[in-house]
Design a protein around this ligand. Structure first.
Ligand SMILES: Nc1nc2c(c(=O)[nH]1)N[C@H]1C(S)=C(S)[C@@H](COP(=O)(O)O)O[C@H]1N2
Ligand SMILES: [Mo]
Length: 206
């Protein structure tokens, strides 16, 4: 047995993926520092009112716990990962974020200018979280502390759109709602814009 194993009978394992018990760290560039005194989270673009929150305000938002299978385009998958954070639905229900009728996409903006794009309905779904914690502990710096977008698959919820893990930005600093789609960092580097794990949409042109 190596570090990776394959269980083709497992219908939670998408085509071309291998299971791992580890949690690999993958990103471009360096791990940015976090200063709770200067950190802000912004929401802007196609929303009724732009929003800025500091770390204290963000930390006071209601929390959601979420268990998901995560799937990295580099072919590792990890089942039953446990996340905690704020769901966009919470922000919508509280009236803090009100997308305009024109809003169709959401661009996650992270430190160092990193971006990741997703359709609005994917970001608003139950399998996308603004995560501050992983496995009952705060996020570690290399996994995106203090805040990251994370998207995965909720077992049994085949009604949701499941996308590869790169569609969640670590060191997240804001969400831009847009009318038109704009490819993010990895999408511009050749990764597939839609990134559906079940359709193996890994690279553009597939
Ligand atoms: N800010 C930022 N977020 C990022 C990336 C990055 O380069 N920068 N890489 C993405 C990619 S390609 C993957 S696979 C996941 C990896 O998350 P992990 O390091 O927690 O496993 O983060 C995603 N989020
Ligand atoms: Mo990745």
């Amino acid at each position: 047995m190596g570090l990776f194993s394959k269980k083709p009978e497992n219908d939670r394992l998408p085509p071309g993926q291998l299971l791992t018990g580890r949690f690999p760290v993958l990103h471009y560039g360096s791990v940015p520092p976090f200063d709770p005194k200067t950190w802000t989270f912004r929401v802007w673009g196609e929303v009724e009112r732009p929003l800025v929150m500091d770390w204290e305000e963000f930390s006071a938002l209601p929390r959601t716990k979420l268990t998901m299978d995560i799937h990295c385009v580099t072919t590792w998958s990890k089942l039953d990962t446990e996340w905690e954070g704020v769901s966009l639905k919470t922000l919508l229900d509280a009236g803090l974020v009100v997308p305009t009728a024109e809003a169709k996409f959401v661009i996650q903006h992270a430190e160092h200018g990193f971006t990741a794009n997703l359709p609005l309905e994917v970001v608003m779904a139950e399998n996308f979280l603004l995560a501050t914690g992983y496995a009952d502990a705060p996020l570690t710096p290399e996994h995106g502390a203090p805040l990251r977008g994370v998207v995965g698959a909720i077992p049994g919820r085949k009604d949701l759109k499941d996308v590869y893990l790169w569609k969640g930005a670590k060191w997240l600093r804001g969400l831009e709602f847009t009318r038109t789609d704009r490819p993010g960092f990895w999408e511009r580097a050749g990764y597939h814009n839609e990134a559906d794990i079940w359709l193996e949409q890994r690279v553009n042109g597939d």
